[in-house]
Ligand binder design. Structure first.
Ligand SMILES: NC(=O)c1ccc[n+]([C@@H]2O[C@H](COP(=O)([O-])OP(=O)(O)OC[C@H]3O[C@@H](n4cnc5c(N)ncnc54)[C@H](OP(=O)(O)O)[C@@H]3O)[C@@H](O)[C@H]2O)c1
Length: 237
């Protein structure tokens, strides 16, 4: 797919990986609608980008918004959805574990209400994360949600082929506003600690992940695929 002149809808497109994806698509000539609960947080956006407010967990609002934006060629979701529960599974509040699945329910709304409005030869891309297949201690919720996202994508790829495609990009540790530590030295130390055993021992950039998204969006022979942009986390000790 030549993305120039195409219409793209990017949930979570106002921050971090989603914002980098919004930008790389707009720079390539696509018209992009970037959506989140509070898009004003994005600040100045490139030309060809408009914003809308919507919570991906609100099924009725999602159905209405996607019908209004239809038809489109590119559908992306990087929206986190809700909280991320971290800690030993057996000590975890079960509500926190369940709440982490808001990411899956948001993605489910994106695909369920978006796929029907995708033009033929269109592409859907979701964002999972290395815990889906790295299984680190204390990240059981992220592993379980990420695994569910990747399984959903592979199943839906069968259902919507050959007219439409769906893929996953799986980031490792990426420097985005998701990291709540603001002090630069503390932030750098946190990323060093998280990535010191990785083959490429640093946090990735959202732009590096967006390049993975652009690849699966533009390549018409790629569907049901997981692209890891993780600095080798999956092979780390
Ligand atoms: N950063 C990492 O290290 C990393 C690693 C692995 C996987 N990931 C995954 O990559 C994706 C993007 O993460 P990021 O680091 O780019 O996060 P981020 O910078 O915090 O951006 C998250 C985006 O999602 C939107 N969002 C969150 N909940 C939403 C909801 N309920 N409805 C609509 N929009 C919502 C946010 O905007 P509003 O707050 O305005 O709604 C924001 O635009 C996530 O799925 C995350 O799990 C990230």
């Amino acid at each position: 797919m030549d993305i120039k002149g195409r219409k793209a809808v990017v949930f979570g497109g106002t921050s971090g990986i989603g914002l980098a994806t919004t930008t790389i698509l707009a720079d390539g000539g696509a018209e992009v609608v970037a959506i989140s609960r509070d898009p004003s947080k994005a600040g100045a956006l490139p030309d060809r980008v408009t914003t809308r407010a919507c919570d991906v967990r609100d099924s009725a609002a999602m159905e209405t918004l996607l019908a209004e934006l239809a038809p489109f060629d590119i559908l992306v979701s990087a929206a986190t959805g809700g909280e991320r529960a971290i800690g030993p599974f057996v000590e975890m509040e079960i509500d926190g574990f369940k709440g982490s699945f808001d990411k899956l329910w948001g993605y489910a709304n994106v695909v369920r209400y978006g796929a029907q409005h995708l033009r033929d030869e269109g592409s859907i891309t979701l964002v999972s994360g290395s815990p889906a297949r790295a299984y680190p201690k204390d990240l059981s919720a992220l592993s379980a949600v990420g695994g569910a996202v990747e399984a959903l994508v592979k199943t839906v790829a069968r259902e919507i082929a050959p007219a439409k495609r769906i893929n996953v990009v799986s980031p490792g540790v990426i420097d985005t506003p998701m990291m709540v530590i603001e002090d630069p030295a503390e932030r750098a130390a946190a990323y060093t600690g998280m990535t010191q055993d990785h083959l490429i021992p640093r946090a990735g950039l959202p732009e590096e992940v967006a390049q993975g998204l652009l690849f699966v969006i533009a390549n018409d022979f790629v569907t049901g695929t997981i692209v890891d942009v993780d600095g080798g986390w999956l092979l780390s000790d």
